[in-house]
Design a protein around this ligand. Sequence first.
Ligand SMILES: [Zn+2]
Length: 184
Amino acid sequence: MCLQDSESVPVPQETVEDVVDHKVLMQEALQEAKQSPPKPSNFCVGALLVDLETGEVLSRGYTLEVEGNTHAEQCCLIKFAQAHDLPEERVGEVLPSNTAIYTTMEPCNMRLSGSLPCVDRIIRTKTKDGAAAIKKVYLGVQEPEKFVGENQGRAKLQEHGIECIHVPGLEEEILKVATAGHQK
Ligand SMILES: [Zn+2]
């Protein structure tokens, strides 16, 4: 009996990379950013929480969407927590164990307002067994050194085992949207 090669080679398992298209998701995050009200003191940023196992978008947010001086990543987390009747600091308990956050601009590591930076909000998302719920951060551009100098957030995230991955190709539009309220 003669087996053809195609029958003897196992079909590769579908991988995470097959489930999600990073650029399409970054474009969706950019659509969120466009809803952010342009202000001279903020970047207009958009963000998504995505279940990497299924590709499902769990939550969407943009800068200043939720009341207060809120950032896009923070709004994503607050909205998902609220949908589960939890405060934001406990959102990790209801996030899938392989969650990613897509954000048009790298998460802030310092806030002039004194609010908790988004890097720390991401790090504190822990599942009930104490593991990081958000495992990956996909970012469209680095934060320009306009308000707080160089962003050390990526190093801090990596220290906590959270991978930061740049999704290339949309930088120009992301920055145009982000700085829409700034003096040219
Ligand atoms: Zn932030």
